[in-house]
Design a binder for this molecule. Structure first.
Ligand SMILES: *Cc1c(COP(=O)(O)O)cnc(C)c1O
Length: 463
């Protein structure tokens, strides 16, 4: 028998299941009561009332056998634990910055960075600020400016690097507000709020050139660095066949620092860090760290968490894992596209984004088509998604309400957690929501907090 050199069409999960977690099946009547009690906000649901939870890929992944084993090695010494050195070495192997500052999650790194660098009259550009990043910039009264390329705002435009930052717009901003008022330039990889779309190495180099010309530090919001590097390997000229870890080091070498959530690509359930090369900035950030997180060798994490992250970082850059990860997200997105459900194309790394604005054209932006669709997916099949649209971004710092640039519903895929048949079920649920689309109605907000309203707002259906 000869073995065909052709690869198989099916990209299988590169693992088998070692411990199982039961899912709870709930009836449609139960779901209707649950979502009413939740004020039509899926964040207010009890997780037990959700069948397939695609609310977020943050901290929801399955840890590996080796990560659970690493947890047993956790050393809980207050200062200088061996777990800290293991963590620091795993981080600097990929991101060789001089200072690594551990935090309990990504937003804590943002809070520390912007409390040092932000302030009234300052401007922070980014391709697209993630919700917590924007909130942390704005809470210092600085202005968060989104400068993604025009293609990145067009859901149907198939550009290989829709997360790229518009370099001309960055330069125009520097000229308009003055380099002295821009404490840092951020680039989010992949661009989460813009569809999980990657940023090319070429674009990072161009942004670096502008930053160098005007003396601005460049920081990566690097939560999905491994997925971004995989897209570079697949799509960027001259990058095919390279080791993803080398591509990651190239990305890092163009930046002066980073913020990170270990709940994303590092495959951990908690954690994050802030990194930089500047000694003065690091000292200022460590002083805040000690006030808000903890001592610089644990920063709000247990030793066992540091171990799980260190092991997760090794697994995150495995080509077998990334091939499966990116393929399984595309599997869902391509199926929805074939059904005629409008999704952001090309499909991003960690999530599929339904364009709720075109899916529900009869619901105006400020009646929240994305929220209406998220509620419908839950009612139809117990699938929890999240709105990324006017509920999340519509309330401006001056108190006015304006439509967001896109009305999206994100189906985020937890890492190594659901199988292909779970995803086939999600596809069927979306198909059912499409059949009912014309009957869906918008919502009005009956309660909202002052900041980050999407987490706790309550709604009532209109009509
Ligand atoms: C999740 C995320 C953050 C914040 O990280 P947390 O760990 O949730 O605090 C920041 N930026 C991006 C792009 C993210 O996806």
């Amino acid at each position: 028998m000869t073995v065909s050199p052709q690869p198989f069409r099916t990209v299988i999960e590169p693992f088998r299941i070692h411990a199982v977690e039961p899912l709870r099946m709930v009836t449609p009547g139960h779901r209707r009561r649950a979502i009413t009690d939740a004020g039509y906000n899926v964040f207010n649901l009890r997780a037990e009332d959700v069948l397939i939870d695609l609310l977020t890929d943050s901290g929801t992944g399955a840890m590996s056998r080796d990560q659970w084993a690493a947890i047993q090695h956790g050393d809980e010494s207050y200062a200088g634990s061996p777990s800290w050195y293991l963590f620091r070495d795993a981080v600097t192997e990929l991101f060789p910055f001089r200072h690594i500052i551990p935090t309990h999650q990504g937003r804590a790194a943002e809070k520390i960075l912007f409390s040092v660098l932000g302030g009234p009259g300052k401007f922070v550009p980014n391709n697209t600020h993630f919700d917590t990043t924007r909130a942390n910039v704005e809470s210092t009264r600085a202005e968060a400016v989104d400068l993604v390329i025009a293609e990145g705002r067009d859901p149907r435009h198939r550009h290989p690097f829709k997360g790229n930052l518009d370099v001309a717009a960055l330069e125009a901003l520097v000229k308009r507000v003055g380099a002295e008022n821009i404490p840092v330039v951020m680039v989010t990889v992949t661009n989460n709020s813009g569809g999980g779309q990657p940023v090319s190495l070429a674009n990072l180099r161009e942004v670096r050139q502008v930053c160098t010309r005007y003396g601005l530090p460049l920081f990566l919001d690097a939560c999905r660095f491994a997925e971004n590097a995989w897209f570079i390997r697949e799509r960027e000229e001259g990058q095919a066949g390279r080791d993803v870890a080398d591509i990651v080091r190239d990305m890092a070498s163009l930046a002066d620092g980073m913020t990170m959530s270990a709940k994303k690509d590092p495959l951990a359930n908690i954690g994050g860090w802030l990194a930089c090369n500047d000694d003065d900035l690091a000292e200022a950030c460590r002083s805040v760290l000690i006030l808000t997180e903890g001592f610089p060798t644990y920063g709000g994490l247990a030793g066992r968490d540091l171990e799980a992250i260190a092991q997760g970082l090794h697994e995150a850059v495995s080509h077998e894992y990334l091939r499966y990860r990116i393929r399984s997200t595309a599997y869902l997105g391509e199926a929805l596209d074939r059904l005629g459900i409008p999704v952001i194309l090309p499909i991003g790394g960690h999530a599929v984004y339904i364009d709720a604005g075109s899916f529900l054209p009869h619901i105006p932006p400020l009646e929240y088509p994305g929220q209406a669709l998220a509620v419908a997916l839950y009612e139809a099949g117990g699938v929890r998604s999240s709105e990324i649209g006017s509920v999340m971004f519509g309330r401006r710092p001056d108190g006015t309400e304006q439509p967001a640039s896109m009305e999206l519903v994100r189906l985020a895929i937890p890492r190594r957690t659901y199988t292909q048949s779970h995803i086939d079920y999600v596809i069927e649920v979306c198909e059912r929501a499409r059949a009912d689309a014309a009957q869906l109605r918008g919502l009005k907000i009956v309660y909202e907090p002052r900041q980050l309203r999407h987490f706790t707002a309550r709604f009532e259906p209109l009509g």
